[in-house]
Design a binder for this molecule. Structure first.
Ligand code: KG4
Ligand code: ZN
Length: 335
């Protein structure tokens, strides 16, 4: 048997644990969603998130071990999300991981959550080869990273205001659709016309490969104020037109960056990468330019611990170790 690693993820509103062999074979991956906790507020409430993590993290880890059929004594290492994320949430995972590492004498490594999202692509049947460009698009982050070699990243562009997922969540709230916004907007948009309303894309004139979503969000807000209260068909048209604008922004900037950097591989990951029209549009655009696109299945795009364990196993193999004084870093950067 290869190296067996347990990984823990608690950076935002999902409590997750996974057991992997050699960072590739997933023996178990347990995700406990907190959507029910935060839905009444239309967004993640940090205090409630850390409290729920505390309640469920031990059962989640026990379930991951049981489903994998391994005991703590069988493990070769531990990986835990160190940041970025909500500090109270991160601390729950880090504290448990450090306690387990100490009690069982196991090597421990802290993982950057964004590198975790990138490693989701390594859990597919078509793992990427370096160099590649990764679009990490989630509730907290929207950024393009160039990965010239394993474990090496360079920031190519990022959002200047909201993350794309944040825009989905805020617009869903504006339209009274519920939380989390991404999946609901996608579903609502299926009944709408994406050409009904022209939500303008922000122009970025200084040549940077950055994104901006607050303008689109404001345009939706103004539209709702001007035309509200909206009927069901109008809501579907707004959802479809908003989604099309976000997809266009993400796809255009990403393909342009890939051509600029000169990579032949692009990776799409993070919660928003679960979005069907984004997956389809980026697949079409990259294919047109002879670029190979890697997209993990939706369950690996949204927060999970399998991706954290995959990244952690690579870092453990590279000799990285976190001391027991390791702490959560809410604003940890990847590059
Ligand atoms: O990666 P993730 O699970 O957590 C963070 O690290 O932030 O991403 C969550 C975000 C939320 O904003 C959610 O609305 C969005 O991903 N999301 C989607 C879809 N599924 C999740 N956005 C658009 N379309 C989807 N199908
Ligand atoms: Zn995430």
């Amino acid at each position: 048997m290869g190296k067996v690693v347990l990984g823990i993820e608690s950076s935002c509103d999902e409590t997750a644990a996974a057991v992997l062999v050699d960072g590739r074979r997933v023996l178990s991956s347990v995700v406990a969603s907190q959507d029910d906790v935060h839905a009444p507020y239309g967004g993640v409430v940090p205090e409630l998130a850390s409290r729920r993590h505390l309640e469920v993290i031990v059962p989640v880890v026990e379930k991951a071990l049981a489903e994998a059929g391994v005991r703590l004594g069988d493990l070769d290492g531990l990986a835990v999300t160190q940041g970025p994320g909500l500090v109270g949430s991160l601390l729950v995972g880090c504290s448990l991981a450090k306690a387990l590492a100490w009690v069982h004498g196991l090597p421990l490594v802290g993982v950057n959550h964004l590198e975790g999202h990138i490693y989701a692509a390594f859990l597919t049947d078509d793992p990427p080869e370096h160099p590649f460009l990764a679009l990490v698009v989630s509730g907290g982050h929207t950024a393009l990273y160039h990965a010239p070699a394993p474990l090496t990243y360079r920031l190519v562009g990022q959002t200047r205001d909201d993350a794309a997922g944040e825009a989905f969540d805020k617009v869903a709230k504006l339209l009274g659709l519920g939380f989390p916004g991404g999946p609901i907007i996608q579903k609502t948009a299926e009944r709408g016309d994406s050409r009904a309303i022209d939500f303008p894309l922000a122009q970025i004139t200084d040549g940077a490969r950055d994104f901006s979503f607050s303008g689109i969000k404001t345009a939706v807000s103004q539209y709702v104020k001007r035309h509200g209260p909206l009927g069901e068909a109008q809501v579907a048209d707004v959802a479809a037109s908003f989604q099309a604008a976000v997809v266009k922004m993400l796809v255009r900037r990403t393909v342009r960056a890939a051509l600029h950097v000169g990579v032949k591989r692009v990776l799409l990951t993070g919660g928003v990468a679960a979005n069907g029209p984004l997956r389809a549009s980026l697949a079409a655009e990259t294919a047109e330019h002879g670029i190979h696109l890697h997209v993990p299945p939706p369950r690996l795009c949204t927060d999970n611990a399998a991706m954290i364990t995959a990244a952690g196993t690579a870092r453990l193999a590279a000799g990285e170790r976190a001391p027991l004084t390791m702490n959560a870093i809410p604003d940890l950067v990847l590059a």
